[in-house]
Design a protein around this ligand. Structure first.
Ligand SMILES: O=P(O)(O)O[C@H]1O[C@H](CO)[C@@H](O)[C@H]1O
Ligand SMILES: O=c1cc[nH]c(=O)[nH]1
Length: 238
């Protein structure tokens, strides 16, 4: 029973799904972290695999970029494939000045300029996009127990605009404690609420909104691997 965007059969996905943005990262996780991973969907090149990690079934599937894209894939996974928990593993631009490159942010809330939740919930409501508390707490604890860069818990901005030129918006959000900017967490959290399912976004700081900074390709992979390990530990503990 394929959906419009996923070609897998019922039972092909594990209840727990790691969701990077980039399909190549999904392949890398499947090949280097999971055991016995097999490709279960590749519609539009958005690759999904299912294997095991330390004996537990786990799937990994890309989300693409932006709230509409992750909303489609998350809805279809929760609604039609029995998926119960999705952890987004992504990158984000650091907004708070105490963050360092490679730090991991457990997104305990996601503010957004996306119209998707406003379209879902009429009446001028400013919807609160929040993760599953158990997953967030487990990820934060796992991050603190994992050697390496810092782990922070706090709000992110999920923006529809990558090339934004609005320093006053960034400043106001930073003044109100926002840690980082990315493009999917709020969409994932709203879909999880609607589908009575669980979700979390774990983002690694790859650059900053307030200064130039570069990571080598190798450093990007290493920081990304750390977030993957934290996500897998959260699945096991929560
Ligand atoms: O690294 P990923 O997970 O793709 O996340 C970030 O990178 C993309 C923008 O370059 C957006 O999808 C943003 O959320
Ligand atoms: O969405 C994103 C991701 C990384 N860095 C940014 O500035 N924005």
């Amino acid at each position: 029973m394929a959906t419009p965007h996923i070609s897998a059969e019922p039972g092909d996905f594990a209840p727990d799904v790691l969701m990077p943005g980039d399909p190549r990262r999904a392949t890398r996780i499947a090949e280097t972290v999971l055991e016995d991973a097999r490709l279960v969907t590749e519609v539009r090149g958005v690759l999904g695999y299912t294997g095991t990690f330390e004996g537990r079934p786990v799937s990994v599937m890309a989300s693409g970029m932006g709230v509409p894209s992750i909303s489609i894939y998350a809805t279809e996974l929760y609604r039609f494939y029995g998926v119960q928990r999705i952890i987004r593993i992504g990158t984000a631009g650091g907004m708070a000045r105490h963050l360092e490159l490679g730090d991991v942010v457990v997104a305990t809330a996601a503010h957004t300029d996306s119209s998707v939740s406003a379209n879902r919930i009429p009446g001028g409501i400013h919807y609160s996009h929040v993760p599953d508390f158990g997953l967030a707490a487990a990820a934060f604890a796992a991050g603190q127990a994992t050697p390496g860069a810092g782990v922070h818990a706090g709000p992110v901005l999920t923006s529809d605009v990558f090339y934004a030129d609005r320093p006053h918006v960034t400043q106001a959000l930073t003044d109100h404690g926002t840690l980082a900017v990315e493009m999917e967490a709020a969409g994932l959290y709203a879909v999880a609420d609607r589908e009575r399912a669980k979700a979390l976004a774990l983002v690694s700081i790859s650059d900053f909104t307030f200064q130039a900074a570069e990571l080598s390709a190798e450093e990007r992979e290493q920081l990304f691997d750390r977030a993957v390990q934290i996500g897998l530990a959260a699945f096991a503990a929560a």
